[in-house]
Design a protein around this ligand. Structure first.
Ligand code: URA
Ligand code: CA
Length: 447
């Protein structure tokens, strides 16, 4: 079989066989299919799409291109969670201890990635002493002992995806739903979870700008997960303004701790409860999402989730006293106020601009070799729907340099203050695979 024949088939819009897809993934990973053919193939997929069966085959082939973690030594249903990425999204740090405190083991591998703030790993490393390297055995032991662990991805997780993602990045083929869905799901499947809860972000600050696109991506990922035998569900959540108030690594850990105490921002708290409730259903510790959400709330209010977080920090070498004393986190040298320019109501905060401002302060990476500064970032004191007076504090910038005027200006620009109060958009557009049958159901949470 010559690869050019497979290419021609896809160019003409004919579905490929499982063998043809496997041969592509293997050939490209091993280097027998050159970049120019793979580029043409990706572009053909970009225009012709893939059937659900083809997407499942591509996902499986990429998942099997490297190590596939075996978590069978951990008792219970292992549930993972994935967010498609937004500004100030701290939910993983909150969900891992919350769900573990309710009896669902969480063995999570996370990435660093590029972006506005670091990934989950960078955030955890803002905790003095915290280690993210663990052998597979230590990882499994920790989950069996305290119910939770978050470690760095092993070097050889879905290498086919790593290579293809880099090629997509330079061939204008990132933005294809079959390719995004199979990329994300291949890594989730290789990390060994039995069930997956997806948080697909919608809005200015997200990959998917409209609810329709986000829904299509969610459907594609749920279908892949179910096709490969992993219980998968999804919610769509709003990312027009940053989630919570903190954007920055140590600042987001502090926000996560406050949320675990039940004192977090309303949007972040609500999203954590909703995702956590679904993770309990997926982990067979709740019969309904409502019951799951109630149990999650109880783990928050009783302090049990915060205890699990302390134990996880200790187990991974960190100083758990940060939970009770935020002065133990690295501190920024300079704090600068951002003030409202006029009276009115906040009608919009451009999430992406807040993210970029935070990245310029040093909270995120523009290229993979950039160093993260755990202490810097932004705290938003006003969010969409809030009333403000001219000269009132709307945000605080935490920086290591005195020259923060450009960041202050960027944050001022990101805020729109209007005359009329507007209702913030609903946080969640629920999206669930129904318990019986294959039909997917999508409805607004405030119906
Ligand atoms: N995140 C991924 O892991 N893969 C994609 O293709 C897009 C976002
Ligand atoms: Ca946040």
């Amino acid at each position: 079989m010559r690869f050019v024949d497979t290419l021609e088939k896809k160019r003409n819009g004919e579905p490929l066989t499982t063998e043809e897809i496997e041969a592509f993934v293997q050939g490209y990973t091993e280097g027998t299919i050159p970049d120019y053919q793979a580029s043409a193939f990706l572009m053909a997929i970009y225009f012709q799409g893939m059937t659900p069966r083809e997407q499942g085959d591509l996902t499986q082939a990429m998942a099997r291109s490297g190590d596939v973690l075996d978590l069978s030594l951990i008792d219970g249903v292992k549930v993972d969670k994935h967010s498609t990425g937004g500004v100030g999204d701290t939910t993983t740090l909150i969900l891992v201890p919350l769900v573990a405190a309710c009896g669902v083991p969480v063995a999570k591998m996370s990435g660093r990635g590029l972006g506005h703030t670091g990934g989950t790993l960078d955030k955890l490393e803002a905790i003095p002493g915290f280690h993210i390297e663990r052998t597979e055995r230590e990882f499994i032991e920790q989950v069996n002992t305290i119910g939770a662990a978050v470690i760095g991805q092993t070097g050889n997780l879905a290498p086919a995806d790593k290579k293809l993602y880099a090629l997509r990045d330079v061939t204008a083929t990132v933005n294809s739903i079959p390719l995004i869905a199979s990329s994300i799901m291949s890594k989730k499947i290789a990390s060994g979870a039995d069930a997956i809860v997806l948080d697909v972000k919608v809005g200015d600050g997200a990959f998917m700008k409209t609810k329709e696109e986000a829904e299509e991506l969610a459907r594609a990922m749920v279908a892949i997960g179910e096709a490969v035998g992993r219980h998968t569900s999804a919610v769509l959540s709003n990312m027009d303004e940053p989630l919570g108030r903190a954007v920055g690594n140590a600042l987001e850990v502090q926000e996560a701790i406050e949320t675990l105490r039940g004192e977090g921002p309303a949007d972040l708290t609500e999203l954590s409860i909703q995702l956590g409730g679904r993770m309990l259903v997926a982990g067979q510790r709740a019969n309904t999402v409502e019951e799951g959400c109630l149990r999650i709330r109880e783990a928050m209010e009783s302090g049990r989730a915060l205890d699990v977080f302390r134990q996880m920090i200790e187990a991974q070498g960190g100083d758990a006293s940060v939970v009770d004393d935020f002065s133990l986190f690295a501190q920024a040298d300079y704090e600068e106020d951002v003030l409202a320019q006029r009276d009115g109501y906040v009608t919009h905060i451009v999430a992406n601009e807040i993210g970029l401002a935070s990245m310029k302060l040093g909270a995120g990476r523009a290229t993979k070799d950039d160093q993260i500064d755990p202490a810097v970032g932004i705290v938003l004191h006003k969010k969409v729907g809030d009333a403000v007076r001219q000269g009132e504090l709307i945000a605080t910038v935490y920086a290591q340099s005195q020259h923060v005027a450009p960041s202050v200006a960027q944050i001022e620009q990101a805020y729109t203050i209007g005359d009329e109060r507007i209702e913030p958009k609903p946080l969640l557009y629920l999206f669930e695979k129904e318990q019986i049958g294959n039909e997917l159901d999508c409805k607004d949470s405030n119906d």
